[in-house]
Design a protein around this ligand. Structure first.
Ligand code: MG
Length: 160
């Protein structure tokens, strides 16, 4: 049995915050604003996985009203969710995600981000695809007010 899920997330960018993408710190003049570390890529993957498993969304398990998750690295969420997926009898087949960010350019970080996510969810490198795009300077993301990510995940359960 194969199931798929989608995820989408956007966070504000402001001076004075740090920018973490897929658990990797990105050298940047602006950082992501969020209750946790504002890692929109990890959040979109989290929602894609939870969606595939029919478990709900990230806010259900890690609500921003709960101080437990304040300033927490978002890879912690992914670690937990990967464990939940396993517990429900599924394994993660593949993840494909797109980061939407005008600046800074993050092409040089993509491999590091992939490795970080693979380690976090105990997956093979080849199961994860990470892409990046801009919005050609159009709209809020194009003006640098924020950034976002979308993700698709597929999970499989082998017949008994
Ligand atoms: Mg988020």
């Amino acid at each position: 049995m194969t199931r798929v899920g989608i995820g989408y997330d956007v966070h504000k960018l402001e001076k004075g915050d740090l920018l973490y993408i897929g658990g990797i710190h990105i050298s940047s003049d602006v950082g992501s604003v969020g209750h946790s570390d504002g890692d929109a890529l990890s959040h979109s993957i989290a929602d894609a996985l939870l969606g595939a498993a029919g478990l709900g969304d990230i806010g259900k398990f890690f609500p921003s009203e709960d101080d437990t998750w304040k300033d927490v690295r978002s890879t912690v969420f992914l670690e937990n969710i990967a464990r939940m997926i396993k517990k429900s009898g599924f394994s993660i087949n593949n993840i494909d995600a797109t980061i939407i960010l005008q600046e800074p350019k993050i092409g040089d970080y993509i491999d590091k981000i992939k490795s970080s996510l693979a380690t976090t969810m105990d997956l093979d490198h080849s199961s994860i695809s990470i892409k990046a795009t801009t919005t050609d300077r159009m709209g809020a993301i194009g003006e640098g007010l924020g950034w976002g990510a979308m993700a698709v995940a597929s999970i499989i359960k082998e017949p008994l």
